[in-house]
Write a protein that binds this ligand. Structure first.
Ligand SMILES: Cc1cc2nc3c(=O)[nH]c(=O)nc-3n(C[C@H](O)[C@H](O)[C@H](O)COP(=O)(O)OP(=O)(O)OC[C@H]3O[C@@H](n4cnc5c(N)ncnc54)[C@H](O)[C@@H]3O)c2cc1C
Ligand code: FES
Length: 320
């Protein structure tokens, strides 16, 4: 399936109710590279519940046969024989979380096409990269809370700041906000243009309000996405109540964005990432420390169910 102009725009109207989620069999309609490091996966699914930008799906990144534990040989002395190649080839037992990077309605009735942008880093994403058109994938979703947009006024400027793979959920947010006629400015950054996970269609779309930052100067602003944003901010005379910032990317980048926003009195939402075993509030493995107003002035929240989107001023950053 080819990406056509404006294909990336959300064509469903999604304002997600809190509780609806389900387990679905999706069919691959596209799985192709969009840059040197990232692939775009499009999954067609029947009756997928309403979703919103910032939510994610949990993908079973193995076939049911390959996800059974392998038989590991035992040597006479009782030692397990498991060499490096065996460990690396092991299938992904647990589902892997991926942000929705877009969603559109298929021509045929209640089917939706969910977009994912992923980077190959281990067994699960390697398995994903080998999926061909028409193959089936088991997914659970939509999960998590999603970005809050209810406080945006018609004249508010929504500023989106994404780094690397963190650009994915902001693509979905950008497309939904644009469809609603919201003013947006979308800063995206990577070390170099050829690892920027943005489709050619968007890069060539003059209407899409995107500012590219490449650290090596291969495109747009030469520097980090933070520097590009700071540079732009320095040339604006915006009142803090006139903008809202949404950010996703490396934690160190989001922390800087958050601190800058707090100092300016600008509302900011961040999309946190933690390693997730269940994605549904069961394993308690994705805890994040947040501020509270009463002693001891902090508590744990779960990134998968209370997040992954948090207000910048409630997050207690990992090394801060
Ligand atoms: C809410 C959420 C949304 C996400 N959205 C996307 C997305 O849109 N696109 C995308 O490419 N990735 C996304 N991720 C990360 C993605 O889930 C991991 O890259 C994936 O699980 C890796 O699986 P794997 O089997 O290929 O690698 P593994 O073999 O599981 O891991 C390879 C290496 O990466 C590390 N790692 C794995 N997951 C994470 C993580 N979450 N944080 C930090 N280090 C990790 C492991 O410790 C290991 O060192 C998201 C994660 C979360 C929590
Ligand atoms: S991933 Fe299991 S509780 Fe969040």
């Amino acid at each position: 399936m080819k990406i056509t102009d404006r294909d990336y725009l959300t064509k469903d109207n999604f304002s997600a109710p809190e509780s609806k989620r389900g387990i679905f069999t999706a069919r691959v309609v596209a799985n192709e590279p969009i840059c040197k490091e990232h692939n775009r996966l499009a999954l067609k699914v029947d009756s997928f519940p309403a979703s919103k930008p910032g939510q994610f799906i949990n993908i079973l990144c193995s076939t049911s046969e390959s996800s059974y534990p392998r038989v590991i040989e035992q040597a006479d002395e009782g030692q397990l024989i498991m060499d490096k190649a065996n460990v690396l080839a092991a299938p992904a037992l647990l589902r892997r979380p991926f942000s929705l990077a877009g969603r559109r309605k298929d021509n045929q009735g209640a089917q939706s096409v969910l977009e994912i942008i992923y980077r190959i880093i281990g067994s699960g994403t390697r398995w994903l990269s080998q999926l061909g058109e028409g193959e089936q994938v088991n997914i659970i979703g939509p999960l998590g809370n999603g970005f809050r947009t209810d406080f945006l006024q018609s004249e508010t400027l929504a500023v989106l700041i994404g780094g690397g793979t963190g650009i994915a959920p902001l693509m979905y947010l950008a497309s939904e906000l644009m469809l609603k006629g919201q003013r947006i400015k979308f800063f995206v950054g990577a070390a170099s243009k050829d690892i920027l996970p943005i489709s050619k269609a968007i890069l060539e779309d003059k209407q899409f309000p995107i500012i590219i930052a490449a650290e090596d100067g291969s495109a747009g602003f030469k520097g980090t996405v933070l520097q590009a944003w700071e540079d732009w901010l320095g040339r604006q005379s915006l009142s803090p109540s006139g903008i809202v910032v949404y950010t996703c990317g490396p934690e160190v980048m989001m922390r800087e964005v958050a601190q800058r926003c707090i100092a300016m009195g600008v509302r900011c939402q961040v999309s946190l990432e933690r390693i997730m075993a269940c994605g549904m509030g069961i394993c308690q493995g994705c805890a994040v420390k947040v501020r509270t107003e009463t002693p001891p002035y902090w508590q744990y929240k779960l990134t998968c169910t209370d997040g992954p989107i948090f207000d910048a001023d409630e997050v207690i950053w990992q090394d801060g």
